[in-house]
Design a protein around this ligand. Structure first.
Ligand code: 4AD
Ligand code: MG
Length: 435
């Protein structure tokens, strides 16, 4: 058998009229009038293949007809344009090579399954074409984000996952048994270490897992998520929000240009992503609260925005938008208080429209030693846990800013998904660490 081609290339029209060999899993099949229709999936895509009784040996035809779904086969045939086939093309099979027959009763069938059943069988459900499409978009999103940073002189830098200093408050910390020592946690964010690394590397970014012990199960929280973070010296809140504007725009435009077919399959019109342009609107926490009060939603000054506030707020915008200057009491200790108004911070959250809400959190950091020590004490944190972090303010301290973007949050919005769980192959939440 000749060399195998990627099904994706067939769908893209690179092999029209040619004889090709493919191999993959029989995702679905049906038979009618002496023709078998096999949907074959090879990891790059799914293609309809036809097997005509008149073209092959009868025992062979019957053998293929009895194959359970998820069997694997090698096939050679002609690529034809066929309007009725899912991507306008099909392979009309002339011969079949090796077959790996699967067991019958593959648990995922075409009937509608419950959410929990599909999560229990996640190791098999990830073969579903919808899942495949999402994970492919996920990979492309990471790729174009890295490209954006690399082309602009940012260096990718890594921080430890085992940490002794909480970054985002104690309530969502996962404590681990680290050689029997107390107070060691999984990282919630690379940020504190990033602030040390900028004096070595300048502008930096990372894409890494972060961990949050989220006690409640929601549509937009998972316990282990992928965090794209950026930190840069000589940058204020305005500067870092511009980075967010450009980065998120780049991700939207590139996905729309490179994977329009995949987006459409998920119900996302690529044109709506191409329309996204910087700069994104900016409103302060106070202005956001006013908008909410106008909608009849009560909010006391100093209360944090949860889902109940973010969701209605997003209805007022068509693109992502920033909410800035959150009260000091609802932001972590490292946020710089606004010198003009010290009860608010130089912070910014980017919210995605269409009801999706927060996708980025960040802002300007305190770079003055005394100011930082005061905030650590005010928050009742133990300064000895942060002595290295305080050190950074002693030698060559400069204004600096950064943010964290939730990869799954952005993907959930771009792919128009109901739940964040479908953005990651094996989601982790309070109820689930299996499979
Ligand atoms: O707003 P957060 O908590 O900010 C930080 O961690 C900063 N230290 C980041 C920084 O400045 N370098 O988290 C940042 C983003 C959120 O906006 C959200 O998109 C995502 O991380 N995120 C989660 N995504 C999924 N599940 C969770 N449980 C998440 N918690 C945060
Ligand atoms: Mg946040």
């Amino acid at each position: 058998m000749s060399q195998f081609v990627d099904i994706a290339k067939i769908i893209e029209g690179k092999h029209d009229g040619e004889s090709v060999s493919i191999r993959g899993w029989v995702y679905n099949k049906r038979s009618s009038g002496g023709i078998q229709f096999l949907m074959v999936r090879d990891g790059t895509g799914v293609i309809q293949c036809t097997l005509n009784k008149n073209n092959v040996d009868e025992t062979f035809f019957n053998k293929v007809e009895k194959l359970p779904i998820e069997s694997v086969l090698e096939a050679t045939g002609l690529v034809n344009l066929e309007k009725r086939a899912p991507d306008g093309r099909e392979v009309s099979i002339k011969s079949i090579g090796n077959i790996i027959e699967s067991q019958p009763n593959f648990p995922i069938t075409r009937k509608k399954h419950g959410v929990e059943f599909l999560l229990d069988n996640r190791h098999l459900y990830i073969r579903d074409p919808k899942m495949q499409t999402i994970f492919r978009l996920r990979a492309m999103m990471m790729r174009v984000a890295r490209e954006w940073f690399n082309e602009r002189g940012y260096t990718e830098a890594h921080s430890p996952i085992f940490t002794s200093a909480a970054c985002e408050g104690g309530s969502t910390l996962f404590e681990v048994n680290y050689f029997e020592r107390e107070g060691i946690y999984l990282s919630q964010s690379w940020q504190l270490y990033a602030e040390a690394m900028i004096s070595s590397l300048g502008k930096i970014y990372t894409i890494s897992p972060s961990f949050r012990a989220e006690e409640s199960r929601t549509r937009r929280h998972i316990a282990e998520f992928w965090h794209l973070e950026v930190e840069e010296p000589f940058t204020d809140l305005d500067g870092i929000m511009k980075v967010g504007d450009e980065l998120v725009t780049h991700i939207c435009q590139q996905l729309a240009e490179k994977m329009p077919r995949e987006l459409k399959r998920l119900g996302r019109d690529p044109k709506s992503l191409l329309k996204i342009e910087p700069p994104f609107p900016r409103i302060t926490y106070d202005e956001a609260s006013e908008i909410l009060r106008g909608d009849g939603i009560e909010i006391l000054w100093g209360d944090d925005f949860g889902w109940q506030q973010e969701e209605p707020l997003t209805k007022h915008f068509e693109s992502p938008f920033w909410v800035t200057h959150f009260p000091i009491g609802i932001k972590a200790f490292y946020h710089k208080p606004d010198p003009k108004r010290p009860d608010v911070t130089l912070s910014g959250d980017l919210l995605a429209p269409e009801g999706y809400g927060e996708i980025i959190g960040g802002g300007q950091r305190i770079h003055d030693y005394d100011e930082l020590l005061k905030r650590i004490n005010d928050e009742n944190l133990d300064p000895s846990n942060y002595s290295w972090y305080l050190d950074l303010r002693k030698w060559g301290t400069v204004p600096h800013s950064g943010f964290g973007l939730g990869i799954e949050r952005v993907l959930m919005w771009i792919c128009k998904l109901e739940t964040i769980r479908d953005t990651i192959p094996f989601p982790r939440d309070i109820r689930r660490v299996y499979p």
